[in-house]
Design a protein around this ligand. Structure first.
Ligand SMILES: [Zn+2]
Length: 482
């Protein structure tokens, strides 16, 4: 019995200390000014190991970490966790300026599908998911509820892909070294350049400065997770197939020093994964400023920020999809975009409000959906997210099997499209009609290779009829409706 008790005690101690900073001192990097201030206020709780430019490598107590977290100007822990002294110091001397990764020329070319997608962004879906995540109570990284939220999100994303028949989508858990909570990554494989990636993300964990017993984290950052989920769903609904690979990421353990995103970005960099750019959505649902979106200009990429502004100028100037924007600062270790920036990737962070005007309830038990009461603000970010994904990943050109074109026969008779696909000797699954602006006006499943589709409700004009065999292969014919 005694021995068993000792083993149990040892296991409890082991689990308490397995993620350093919850119970013991740990290494990190932070802004030099923050390190000096902490040293002045808590001289016995922080050791400055090295400094370079405006950054310090430090060894600190969990309490000092919490004090900094509560002091940060806008958001985030204010420090980046490092697993050893060596890693903390090395981070100071790492030059991210000479990026080994592709710098892409950004273009805006996908008007038809973007405009169609903007109409599909559903505010209610965002609200539902924020409430779903809020209901876990607290998603602090070492809580069972945090891991449960990650497992459940994987199932939700998989179900979403299945609903839209997306065989090009996969979802995986990314297990970490410095937290027991996994991140969740949804991959939409590019049809032409699958080795080039575009990334959007938010963090799934939450925290409370009152002890993490009640950290609903609705705005910080259930709102970001709901935003990127709804953007991806709209892409599925519109039938967007990307040229480049898209990854949608729900990061673990952001609140304890960007732990999840740092491990992912570092692994991608070590494996030479060509991430074109990454955009972070962390707090999207509190409308605190005159502008809808504040682009954070520190620790982000200037040309990517400019591109996101160009997207808003192009797609969101007036009407129901209007988005106004400004710029703001967020400081050191502010959110997961910094993990990508540190690895030399282009990253951006569109934030819910200007410096000092964001949701003041974050990191408390009051960070609930009821503070905003609607997901209208987050919906604007979901639109920006969808625009960014479509315009950076670009529409995949579905392979059209020319050899099949002649064996696909269509005629129009009595307001019906009459089709005969038997000569192709393939199983066709659906037929879609596109107008000359590229808008999908109608789509239906087909179960037989011979049949009719009513086009009675179509306006006169030219349409492209697209018969699809699978996600990547289809055959198109033009028709004229009089
Ligand atoms: Zn956050």
């Amino acid at each position: 019995m005694k021995k068993l008790n000792l083993i149990i005690i040892a296991l409890v101690l082991l689990s308490l200390s397995s993620y350093a900073q919850d119970s013991t001192n740990f290494y990190a990097t932070m802004a030099l000014s923050d390190a000096k201030e902490l040293k002045k206020d808590l001289p016995n709780e922080i050791q400055i190991l090295d400094e370079r430019r405006n950054e310090a490598a430090v060894y600190l107590t969990p309490n000092a970490g919490h004090v900094l977290h509560d002091r940060v100007l806008v958001h985030g822990p204010g420090y980046i966790f490092k697993k050893s002294e060596e890693d903390a110091i090395a981070a100071l001397y790492k030059d991210s300026k000479e990026s080994p990764h592709t710098r892409m020329a950004f273009t805006i070319t996908e008007d038809a599908i973007v405009n169609q997608t903007l109409d599909l962004i559903n505010t209610q879906n965002i609200e539902n998911q924020i409430l779903e995540l809020e209901n876990y109570g607290t998603r602090y990284h070492n809580r069972a509820a945090a891991t449960q939220a990650a497992n459940d999100l994987k199932v939700k994303w998989e179900a979403m892909a299945t609903t839209y028949g997306r065989t090009d989508v996969s979802v995986r858990l990314f297990n970490h070294v410095n937290t027991g909570m996994p991140s969740v990554i949804m991959t939409i494989e590019g049809v032409q350049t699958p080795d080039e990636f575009v990334v959007v993300g938010g963090h799934l964990d939450s925290t409370s400065s009152q002890g993490n017993n009640d950290a609903p984290g609705a705005d910080d950052d259930a709102s970001g997770i709901a935003t990127i989920t709804e953007a991806a769903r709209a892409l599925f609904e519109v039938g967007f197939v990307p040229n480049r690979t898209i990854e949608v990421m729900a990061y673990a353990a952001e609140e304890i020093g960007l732990v999840g995103s740092a491990e992912i970005a570092s692994q991608y960099s070590n494996n030479n994964v060509n991430v074109i750019s990454a955009v972070q959505f962390d707090m999207t649902n509190y409308n605190g400023s005159a502008n809808d979106v504040s682009f954070i200009t520190d620790y982000t990429d200037g040309s990517l920020n400019s591109f996101l502004m160009q997207l808003a100028d192009h797609y969101n100037t007036t009407g129901t999809h209007e988005i106004t924007y400004g710029t703001s600062l967020c400081n050191y270790g502010c959110s997961d975009h910094a993990s990508w920036t540190n690895e030399g990737y282009m990253a951006a962070f569109p934030f819910e409000a200007n410096f000092g005007q964001h949701n003041g309830n974050i990191h408390t038990a009051n960070d609930t959906f009821s503070i905003s009461g609607t997901a209208d603000h987050a919906a604007k970010f979901a639109k920006l997210c969808a625009e960014y994904l479509i315009e950076t990943a670009k529409s995949g050109v579905l392979s059209i099997d020319e050899s099949l074109v002649d064996s696909v026969l269509v005629t129009i008779y009595n307001d019906q499209l009459v089709y005969n696909l038997e000569g192709a000797n393939k199983n066709f699954k659906s037929v879609a009609f596109f107008d000359m602006q590229g808008r999908k006006v109608y789509e239906t499943q087909i179960t037989s290779n011979k049949g009719t589709v009513s086009i009675e409700s179509f306006n006169a004009g030219i349409y492209v009829v697209n018969f699809r065999i699978d996600q990547k292969t289809s055959v198109s014919k033009k028709i004229v409706v009089k």
